[in-house]
Write a new protein. Sequence first.
Length: 337
Amino acid sequence: MNKPQITIKDIAKALNVSPSTVSRALKDNPDISQDTRDAINKYAREHNYKPNALALNLRTSRSNTIGVIIPQLVHHFFSCVLSGIEMQAAKAGYNILVAQSNEEYEQEVKIVHSFLAARVCGVITSLAKDTSQYDHYQELLNNNIPIVFYDRICTGINTERVVVDDYAGSFAAVEYMIQTGCKRILFYSGPPHLEISKNRRNGYLDAMRKYKVPVDDNMIKLCDTREQAIAITPDLLEKKNRPDGFFAINDETASGILYACKLVGLKVPDEVSICGFTDGAIAQSTDPKLTTVEQHGQEVGESAFEILIGRLEGTSKEQKNNNRIVKTNLVVRGTTK
């Protein structure tokens, strides 16, 4: 059975000093003699004393805990973002409280309220797919809790953010597909209200315009999961004017397109080219391996933490809109020519 955690009162009783003396000694207060400080700190180390973080937070009304909201923990990009945040938090001496919205607005609201109750000092977050109201985030700001958005950002309130260059990544991918012979490229998009969907759509459209490739409304589909792609793609491939290329909002969707192409007997990339967006494990486990846009999720997480810590510790001073854009790069593999 684990021994109970010792307290300041336990140390005071063992060494026959007052609890206030122990508290000041543990903070290296020079009002306490060096011999007493040494004895108290030695006893604390030997008995594995840990400060009561909750009690400290209640006294100071400020914690060293940062709340992090992840839309989906199983998603490669989001897990990389979390890894970047965790590494930087450990170096800076901050704890993180991680919660998954599971792409649900109501769950996101509950998480924000739990962060408020836990007295987090700041929040790093990415919107759930169906989030279009932001009162819960405004509540954080009203309580002087700074927010940094990453990837799926909120433009409805004034906060700082870290995004990948979705437009440039999309443009580069579609341009490459056109240059390698594609003449009818479909874009499988995410929810249209999300900034990443808008930016990737604009990159797709501008690349098509640059090369004077015709685009009609039927060439942009709301489809951002593997299951949806498998469901809708076979019929599109059976049409007379079938697409010879697909640009997908993420790798999961791209893998579904690849599966659908195999179902109807089309060869990839000889007859159909496919490009995704993320560059996670899925991209390297398909056959053939996916051409995709690399997002650099760990760098996104590191940048988001850096911005937030600048706000919390005053190193960013009064600088406004300390936003970051992380560059993307196209990774060419076997699903394009």
